[in-house]
Ligand binder design. Structure first.
Ligand SMILES: [Zn+2]
Length: 225
């Protein structure tokens, strides 16, 4: 994790420090080396956030586009007491989760149920063939009169199948196209999906200004198939 609690404050890992986990309250130690990004780890292996994925530079870079106080927000289900650490929770209460590696379908659905108002940002090039597949699938995309918005007749042909039935918007970042993200919106109109391409900076700007979800809703509503 990027933050632990030290003397009541959220601080980043530095060599030789200890702190408390903001999620479960147990002891954490700093891990600072050359291979992985500086981070905090639980001193004893324990069940904390079952969703937690080891952080990479990719995660850090994405998180750091957002204000510090939005990063690693602990959220609790009041009924069950279940707690998770959202990668980013925007000022208007939406969660952005960054997923670099494979995730089991059950966990994917579980996170969507837990956070409800969320979007995914995925490493779109996890497998060697993913970008190629997208390029091929893109040939069937139909442009609309709105810039960057496309109608997708066969979403399964372009995007990773594990994500095409997601109940929330999913954004893919492909290696060949690092300046932009491709979003796939949930729901289908006459069997067709809506996709939008926005630059990374636009995505961040929408999310930071609290307009991302308004924007996505507007797009789903306006796109005629
Ligand atoms: Zn913990």
């Amino acid at each position: 994790m990027k933050y632990a609690i030290v003397n009541g404050e959220r601080v980043e890992a530095e060599p030789g420090r200890t702190g408390e986990c903001p999620c479960c309250g147990s002891e954490m130690v700093s891990r600072c080396g050359e291979v992985k990004v500086n981070h905090w780890a639980h001193k004893r292996k324990r069940d904390c956030d079952t969703y937690w994925e080891n952080e990479t530079e990719w995660h850090r870079e994405w998180k750091d586009y957002f204000p510090e106080e939005w990063q690693e927000t602990v959220l609790k289900d009041e009924d069950t007491g279940e707690r998770h650490i959202a990668d980013v929770r925007t000022g208007d209460g939406f969660v952005v989760e960054f997923q670099y590696s494979h995730i089991k379908p059950e966990e994917q659905r579980s996170r969507e149920r837990f956070y409800k108002r969320m979007v995914w940002v995925l490493n779109g090039s996890r497998r060697k063939t993913d970008s190629k597949r997208f390029t091929k699938g893109f040939e069937d995309f139909r442009r609309t009169d709105q810039k960057g918005i496309f109608i997708v007749p066969f979403p399964d042909e372009a995007f990773h199948k594990a994500w095409t039935n997601s109940s929330v918007p999913v954004f893919f970042e492909f290696e060949e196209c690092m300046g932009a993200v491709w979003g796939l919106l949930p729901g289908r109109k006459n069997g067709y999906a809506i996709s939008l391409c926005v630059s990374k900076s636009q995505f961040v700007e929408f999310a930071r200004s609290g307009k991302l979800f308004e924007k996505l809703k507007e797009i789903s509503g306006n796109s005629k198939t």
